[in-house]
Ligand binder design. Sequence first.
Ligand SMILES: [Zn+2]
Ligand SMILES: [Zn+2]
Length: 213
Amino acid sequence: MTASRQAPLATLRRIANSRPAPVTAERCEMCAETVAERHQHVVNLRSRALMCTCRACYLLFTDPAAELRYRAVPDRYLSFPDFRLDPARWDEWQIPVGLAFLFTNSAADRTVVFYPGPAGATESELPVDAWEAVTATNPALRVLAPDVEALLIRAPGARVGDGFACHLVPVDVCYELVGLLRRTWRGFDGGQEARARLTEFFAMVAARSRPAS
Ligand SMILES: [Zn+2]
Ligand SMILES: [Zn+2]
């Protein structure tokens, strides 16, 4: 039986069973307090590791101007309805799939592009001026916070009139997406299940996003 002909309940169960395991056993990685399954994260700016936190620990690291080793991952989602990207530039990035995320690493002082696939996230070699060129065309993207937020860029679909879509998302959501695709990716293009999960993922991002001013 193909996935599309399965009963909705079976499909739901399959999704529930393949949920990512919590990064820790429901404990704050800073103070060992119990946390709910849905909880917040901070980034360790030296190791780049994502840490599960309770609300109290999370709040210690929300000031983006503080000189701290950890930084709280904000929960904002933004859309950029006027986003423009030259298809020639996208080709230059050599992304083999229809999806990429951009992320600024403050320690290395550079912006990198990753794309998800069967091996997890792969970094693409970016021309040095790539980020400057994209923000010159789209100054609204400069709100991107280093280390804790990412820009998710989706290439146009097959429909006539589609353009590149761009959203700003919390960086922990990108980790979730990468894990999800690693578990479901089949073959060259990801296959039916990975594509279905991506569609769900983009629907969630679109529902949570408000337009960037
Ligand atoms: Zn804590
Ligand atoms: Zn966590």
